[in-house]
Write a protein that binds this ligand. Structure first.
Ligand SMILES: CSC[C@@H](O)[C@@H](O)C(=O)COP(=O)(O)O
Length: 370
């Protein structure tokens, strides 16, 4: 997608053919910078510190991380150790385990000397497939947005169609296009009058920093709101649909996404606002059906709750990124990073194969041949 007229992806193989380039998302929106990952440890650190984040992008970074490990040592032991190290970086998004398994299955039968090259090719394939899946999600979601726009009363036809989103499920969370934001980009490019309410998404503020950044670069009208404003906006009729992403979707259609998503789904149900979840197949965990009981929820540092990062606008600070403390010294913080929205609260799942009911039957209709 676009940054100041240049098309970027979030991850790429560097020209040397051996290292991996990524956008450093911890610096956005205030500074656009890239980093080179040269070994497995650097890939693992990039995932755990959220230099890269978002379920699909974590998966692709994990895949390239295994390639980096195999370049240094292609033995069985090294492969297993790197798999374990990368898989432990973030527990909730199933794409990571999915991508790591895919690389391991590919390289394990090969002679060690051939493994790094095979991992390189497979990682590139996973990245390309992610782009294609996200673009397809965009096309299926566009049809929903067009229908919503056309179905509004004639007095509202001139107003923008209003979509609320939570966290960042845009191109920065994937390789390109995004999941929840892909339909929005498609709608904007198709000339629809669309406006996005962007939840700030405490504690890491992926909405305020990343979603607002990428929508702005693509020229999509948007407004950042505090997380608690969504219910009020829905009550007042200012939201036509909620569209979010997913880090893990059970075979029964339960959806795990950034903390706060569940509350938005409850508010949407109470106000008759459709609640859509956009996700690629790599996010479906077919091995589980009860999201609340079975999905491991990452707990991150309490510092993300007790402190906040932003740009210091004091003249003397040179606009440096600064962290400030919000809470009293003695107060503890608790920081579950994701929550589960049960399938019964989800209007539909928007996948790369089409729109499905959030249920086992709905998903099986699209994926039964896999
Ligand atoms: C296409 S992304 C879907 C999710 O990964 C996204 O909504 C999300 O929750 C990301 O969480 P993060 O903690 O920033 O990795």
């Amino acid at each position: 997608m676009n940054i100041d007229g240049t098309a970027w992806r979030t991850i790429w193989l560097e020209k040397d053919g051996h290292s991996v380039g990524v956008i450093d998302q911890t610096q956005l929106p205030h500074k656009f910078s890239t980093l080179k990952l040269s070994n497995c440890q650097e890939a693992a650190t990039a995932i755990s510190t959220m230099i890269v984040r978002g379920a699909p992008l974590i998966g692709v970074t994990g895949a390239y991380g295994l390639m980096l490990a195999l370049q240094e040592d292609p033995s069985d032991n090294a492969l297993e150790a790197a798999f374990k190290q990368l898989n432990a970086t973030r527990p909730t998004a199933v794409n990571l385990r999915w991508a790591l398994k895919r690389i391991r299955d590919k390289v394990k039968p090969l002679q060690p000397a051939k493994r790094a090259e095979a991992a390189r090719a497979e990682s590139a394939l996973i990245a390309e497939e992610d782009v294609a899946m996200c673009e397809a999600i965009g096309n299926h979601g566009l049809a929903i947005i067009q229908k919503l726009a056309a179905g509004r009363p004639s007095v509202r036809q001139k107003e923008p169609i209003q979509v609320l989103t939570h966290c960042n499920a845009g191109w920065l969370a994937t390789v390109d296009w995004g999941t929840a934001l892909a339909p929005i980009y498609k709608a904007h490019r198709a000339g629809l009058n669309i406006h996005v309410w962007v939840d700030e998404t405490r504690p890491r503020n992926q909405g305020a920093s990343l979603t607002a950044y990428e929508l702005g670069r693509e020229g999509v009208p948007h407004t950042v709101i505090v997380d608690n404003a969504g219910g009020h906006l829905m009550q007042q009729g200012y939201v036509d649909a909620v569209v979010v992403g997913s880090d893990r979707t059970t075979r029964s259609g339960d959806v795990c996404n950034k903390i706060g998503t569940y509350l938005k789904a409850l508010a949407a149900l109470d106000n008759g606002v459709p609640f859509y979840v956009a996700l690629p197949a790599s996010t479906i965990d077919w091995s589980i059906s009860d999201g609340v009981a079975e999905i491991p929820i990452e707990t991150r540092s309490a510092m993300e709750v007790t402190h906040i990062q932003g740009r210091n606008n004091n003249a003397s600070s040179n606009n440096q990124l600064t962290t400030v403390q919000l809470t009293p010294n003695q107060s503890e913080g608790f920081n579950p990073a994701f929550d589960v929205t049960p399938a019964r609260l989800v209007t539909a799942l928007i996948t790369e194969r089409g729109v499905a009911a959030a249920s086992e039957t709905g998903l099986m209709e699209l994926y039964c041949d896999d």
